[in-house]
Each structure stands twice: as structure tokens, then as C-alpha cells.
Ligand binder design. Sequence first.
Ligand code: PHE
Length: 377
Amino acid sequence: MQRRLMAFTALAALILVLSCGPKLNPNEIRIGEYGSLTGAQATFGISTQDGIQLAVDEANAAGGVNGKTLKVTALDDQGKPEEAAVVVTKLITEDKAQVILGEVASSLSLAAAPICQDHKVPMITPSSTNPKVTQVGDYVFRVCFIDPFQGQVMADFAMANLKAKTAAVFRDQKSDYSMGLADFFIKRFKDKGGSIVLDQSYVAGDVDFKSQLTTIREKKPDVIFVPGYYTEVGLIVQQARELGIKVPLMGGDGWDSSKLYEIGGKALDGCYFSSHYSPDSTDPKVQAFVKKYQAKYGQVPDALATLGYDAAGVLVAALKTAKSLEGADLRDAIAATKNYNGVTGSISLDADRNAVKPAVVLRISGGKSSYVTTVNP
Ligand code: PHE
């Protein structure tokens, strides 16, 4: 009897919770964020979170938006596409997020963007560069450049600055980012008269790359392009040096993590990668940002932190001009972003909801990267 009563009480409580839903505070604007706070890409998610939070704290300190406070709910997707879909669904349906910030990795943005599109909740990815991401639909935006440009920047740099005539490519076959960037690099390198001597692949999570690297070594390329993420790249560069490969390895923004230097160590000396910003810039706007970020988090902001900060900044500006906080109005306000004065450069969104911005090329030596050049689109 008592059991029955307990079961009944539990059921009644459940129905009550379901019918009321979460208590929504009308004075809050609900921002959902998803990212890899743990796993092999954890620095991506953590840096992005830190950048977003800094921007949101500043906006709130300045009075919020139209009298409302911004509140960020950040959920961990562990760097897994299935999880990204789960947590974004939760952010939208349970937490009632009015806008979504994330992801970093293109494959994860691609897993969650259709959910945002279906629910008509705008999503801004700070840093996913694969072209397909914003092609998901008119609710999906980004504040970074895209990979056809990034691939072109590194192919041109290899040929013009490093005098490379031949290149090998070593890509992650499970990553939309890596697959796309490899293709764009190859296309440009060939168009400019270079030759690709080998196109090899690995899968994220691999730890032994020696057999592919041995094949690459036999082909004697002038450079090796590795468009991957820092965990695998660190190991690849180290194993390449162990095998006696001396030529520069190069990559894209996925190299940008303090962990890269911990994993790859001295082997990274003389390698190059492209990114969205350099903390070395003498631009007062960049220096002011680096200073306040360092004061708050005790480290120099990487590209992800800076793009997170800019993505949140673009959102705050759009929230101020939006007719209402309804999905369609918010979408229109974000789409109208023009000349937003970001730390990573001036941000204007084009008809395809992409930002057109310069890239920087960085050179690694002594466990850190330093600025080499800026390439304008
Ligand atoms: N551009 C990468 C992607 O699309 C993500 C990334 C951006 C990683 C910037 C590091 C720095 O997957």
C-alpha cells in the first residue's frame, strides 16, 4: 500500500515538473553554448568558454541588453558529434536557449546546426571553418573565415615563402574540417603549378603514425601539410622528426593550442600554421584584449578564446538592434552584422552568413608561435 502511495506521489511530482517546465526569468537572455570541455579537443572548448564569458561579463557590467542580463549555459559535448546533438537539443528544448554559440570543430557544428535550424534558434559558430556549416540554413552563422581561403593561404605560403614545389598531405579522414582543408590546399597548390606527391590519412584517436610517415619520407616532399587538431598533430610532428624527416610540417587553425607544444615539444621548431589572430599584434585593440584576458585567466588568449569573445560580441551587438528576441528577428539582426570591430578583425557577414577576414601565418620555435605575416582575402 505504502509502495503504491510512494509511486503515486512520485508520478504526481513528475507531472507537476513537466507541466511547469523550467522557471524562466523574464529579465534574462538565455544563451546556450556547446563545446568540448573535456576530451582530445578540450582546450578548444575551454578557451572558447573563457572568451565568451569575458564578453558576456563585460556586457552585463555595462548594463546588459535593454535592461536584461545575459546568462550563458555551457554544456560539454566531449568532442563527440552525437553528444553535440544531444546537448544542443537539451539547450533548446529544456533550457529554452534563445541563441546558441558553438561549436569549434566543424564536424560537431555540422551535427548540431540542423537542430538549431529546425527550431529556428540562431547559432553562431566562433570558429568552424568548413564551408558546409553555414550551408545548413539561414539560422547558422560564423564569425571566422572559411577553409577555401585558409587552404589557399597555406598553399601560397608554402610556395612563395618556403619555395616548396612538392608537398605531401596527411589528413584526418573522420574530420570534415581536415578533409575539406586538405582538398582546398591541394587544389591551390596544383593550380599554382606545384605537385602533390602523396595524400595519406589517419583517424583522430590514432597514436602511431609511423607507417604513413615512412611512406611520406620516401617521397621526399618539400613540405608536409597536416590539417588536423593539436593532439594528433603534436604526435605526428614528433614521430616525423624521429624518422629523420627534416622538412617543415604545416597546418591550419586546428594546431592552435597550448597543448600542441606540450605534446610536440622541440620537434615543432620550424613548423608553420595559419590562424585567426596573433597575440603579437601591436594593434591597441588586440593588446587591450590580451591584457584583460590575462588578468582574468592568467594566460595569453589563443585563437579560440579570441573568436569566442568576438562571437559573443557580435551577438550582443545584434541583441541590441533586434526587433525582438524571437528567432527570426534575432536571425535578421545577426545577418545584418557589418563592420563589427572585433579583436580578430572587422567582421561583416556576407550573404552566405560567413565572415570575410584576413588570416595570419605563425611560425613555431622554442615552444611558442610567433607572427610571420597577414594575408588578406
Ligand atoms: N577551424 C576548425 C574547424 O573547423 C576549428 C578550430 C578553429 C580549431 C580555430 C582551432 C582554432 O574544425
